[in-house]
Design a protein around this ligand. Structure first.
Ligand code: MN
Length: 203
């Protein structure tokens, strides 16, 4: 039996300044993400055999999860997966921020231009009411922009997330208060296109 653990942040808490501030990163990782991990483990203790299952598979087949822990696994397991991806698709490294690789051709082919892609993803993130995520996902071999409420994962719709913007207020409130638009604009400066290209190519 192996409990789920908080993954180490791949860079220091201050690495994404000035786009995302140190305090936000620290609280987001050590408090919010940690809580999803803890509550996921707590739920799975009621059905310990599920510790041995791949979390992505559990989420993808959420309707097969026992009824008494289904909501907890959806929320906290989803939260754990979503945040684990979120940390990886941002980077302080300038060379990783370059928009290049096979994913660029696919984005241009799908959306026409990078600007049009950015506009669509921004509109989705801004238009989401309440807490949730805006995503770039693979649906079979097609790119789509979708949103999910709360911590729902695109895997629950059989779609593979390759880029996710956390639009819960906890992701931006300290630095930007209610200005979600500023956070989204800032987010576009720190996207790890190298990682997203890898995720695209392996699917
Ligand atoms: Mn979050």
């Amino acid at each position: 039996m192996k409990k789920h653990e908080l993954p180490k942040l791949p860079y220091p808490y201050n690495a994404l300044e000035p786009f995302i501030d140190t305090k936000t990163m620290e609280i987001h990782h050590t408090k919010h993400h940690q809580t999803y991990v803890d509550k996921l483990n707590l739920a799975l203790e009621k059905h310990p055999e599920l510790f041995d299952k791949d979390l992505k598979e559990l989420i993808r087949n959420i309707n097969s999860v026992p009824e008494d822990i289904k909501t907890a696994v959806k929320n906290h397991g989803g939260g754990h997966l979503n945040h684990s991806l979120y940390w990886q698709i941002m980077t302080p490294n300038k060379s990783e921020r370059e928009f290049k690789g096979k994913i660029t051709e696919k984005i241009i082919k799908t959306f026409g231009t990078f600007e049009e892609f950015k506009k669509k993803l921004t509109e989705a993130a801004l238009g989401l009411f309440g807490s949730g995520w805006a995503w770039l996902v693979l649906n079979n071999n097609n790119l789509e922009i979708i949103t999910t409420p709360n911590q729902d994962s695109p895997l629950m719709q059989n779609k593979t997330p390759i880029l996710g913007i956390d639009v819960w207020e906890h992701a931006y409130y300290i630095l930007r208060q209610n200005r979600r638009n500023e956070y989204i604009e800032a987010f576009f400066n720190i996207i790890n296109w190298k990682k997203i290209n890898e995720l695209f190519e392996e699917n």
